[in-house]
Design a protein around this ligand. Structure first.
Ligand code: SF4
Length: 339
């Protein structure tokens, strides 16, 4: 990049950041999603993403590179993968592919963020050498989740909590979250948030908690009703009270009616997550454009600002190479003029 243009852009970006009210800032990450495979040994009852194992489910590195080159502004490469059973002879090849996709993202000047289910300590450490942050939804606890996850060994609560603790011990900046509206009780929700708060107090590595409303996909797709929104607004307020203040609260903006998004922000949401051109999990819910989001939020007194997949305050936690890359990309984002 031309250094003068870069410097001017940087000053413009800094000025705007300095003038912002930090309590009215909402973050998002320019993101592109790669799906190394949709094959998955789990069978969660609500999943529309999974496919039966087949070679045609596997993304090639060449196709991944083409996708990344088409989206040069996407600093985050979300690697969202179906899972191979621990102990399967296929597991080593699956991990090698995740590492190869992560390496590809870095080689093209981006930052990978992998969410591929529970990992052994060795697997997590290997991915964390290439990924500045990793993710795994806690999902939730209680009878409703147990019913939905009868055929999903990866979704056992103790295993998920163990993963969050393992990430804490390894010092990996981590994203987690809850899947909401699947029949869970209010006390199930609050208990899940309390468990996350305890983990954060112990390890300090949770950068964000996603509050993800479950939505029917395909022909059954419909926006959240007013009653569903009120129920979730109450939960957002509870999450903001229960979770330590430094943990960002994230809501996927395509799963919430845009006209009432400011209500969710007033309740405690301060992050809209990675925004790609489409949502590979909830394909029937189109992503709003960041420009549209910024304009709408500005009218309601909020400022939308881009971030990396790893939140700024965790950059000092990273190994030297990832720290250097993240710092450079962070400066580029500030200079980019992106909303
Ligand atoms: S683990 Fe994820 S990809 Fe696999 S069946 Fe469950 S929701 Fe689908």
């Amino acid at each position: 990049m031309n250094s003068l243009r870069f410097a001017a852009g940087w000053r413009r970006g800094r000025g705007r950041e300095q003038g912002d009210d930090p309590t009215r800032l909402v973050r998002w990450s320019p993101s592109v999603t790669l799906v190394p495979t949709r094959s998955c040994f789990n069978a969660c009852a609500y999943c529309g993403f999974r496919r039966e194992p087949s070679a045609t489910n596997d993304l090639s590195l060449a196709a991944a590179e083409r996708s990344l080159r088409q989206r040069p502004a996407s600093t985050e490469v979300l690697l969202l993968s179906g899972e191979v059973a621990p102990g399967s002879p296929e597991r080593a090849r699956w991990l090698a592919r995740l590492l190869a996709f992560s390496g590809l993202a870095l080689a093209l000047g981006r930052l990978p963020h992998t969410n591929a289910g529970p990992l052994s300590r060795r697997e997590m450490a290997a991915l964390a050498r290439l990924n500045p942050s990793l993710g795994l939804m806690l999902e939730g606890l209680g009878p409703a989740y147990e019913r939905l996850h009868r055929a999903a060994p990866s979704k056992r609560l103790a295993l998920r909590l163990g993963q969050l603790e393992q990430a804490g011990r390894l010092g990996v900046p981590f994203t987690t979250g809850l899947l909401l509206g699947v029949g869970e009780s209010r006390s199930d929700r609050l208990r899940a948030l309390e468990l996350l708060a305890e983990l954060q107090r112990q390890w300090g590595h949770l950068q964000e908690v996603i509050l993800q409303p479950w939505r029917p996909d395909g022909a059954g797709a419909r926006p959240l009703s007013t009653a569903e929104q009120h129920d979730l607004l109450e939960l957002i307020e509870a999450a903001r009270r229960i979770l330590p203040a430094q943990v960002a609260l994230q809501l996927p903006p395509n799963l919430w009616p845009l006209e009432s998004l400011p209500l969710a922000l007033e309740a405690g949401i301060n992050d809209l997550g990675g925004i790609d051109s489409h949502d590979v999990i909830n394909a029937a819910y189109p992503q709003p454009s960041p420009r549209e989001l910024a304009a709408r939020l500005e009218r309601a007194g909020w400022s939308l600002r881009p971030r990396l997949c790893v939140h700024d305050r965790f950059i000092p936690w990273l190994p030297p190479d990832l720290r250097r890359r993240s710092t450079a990309l962070q400066s580029q984002l500030l200079a980019s003029g992106l909303a």
